[in-house]
Ligand binder design. Structure first.
Ligand SMILES: N=c1c2ncn([C@@H]3O[C@H](COP(=O)(O)OP(=O)(O)OP(=O)(O)O)[C@@H](O)[C@H]3O)c2ncn1[C@@H]1O[C@H](COP(=O)(O)O)[C@@H](O)[C@H]1O
Length: 87
């Protein structure tokens, strides 16, 4: 189990060290356009899960949406603090 900030720190480290086989590195290399499409795709899956699937499936889809948002944050160089400023 990890928090939003802990996942962000982990993904930032992946971006820095670029370990072999990291899906995050591949997603970052794919660029902002592809990262944005993934956010939209996961958001749709969250919506469908909210209407038709279990709480567990919904929570899983939500975790994937948070991951995809974080990849886009890293892709654009946006920190968690940049986002928290508006909460
Ligand atoms: N939390 C996540 C996470 N959530 C979602 N995903 C990715 O998103 C995919 C699920 O999204 P989809 O529904 O689009 O499934 P899919 O179509 O089969 O996936 P793709 O073929 O499009 O990649 C998963 O198979 C992962 O590739 C994640 N990939 C990584 N993490 C965490 O990120 C960290 C770094 O991971 P790596 O970069 O892979 O080392 C680790 O802590 C991981 O647990």
């Amino acid at each position: 189990m990890k928090t939003f900030d802990e996942l962000y720190a982990e993904l930032a480290e992946r971006a820095r060290s670029r370990p072999e086989g990291s899906g995050t590195v591949a997603a970052l290399d794919a660029g902002v356009h592809a990262q944005g499409k993934k956010v939209l795709e996961e958001a749709g899956e969250v919506w469908i899960a909210a209407e038709y699937e279990s709480d567990e499936r919904l929570a899983e889809e939500m975790s994937q949406l948070l991951y995809r948002v974080q990849v886009l944050m890293l892709g654009r160089g946006i920190s968690a603090e940049d986002v928290y400023r508006y909460l």
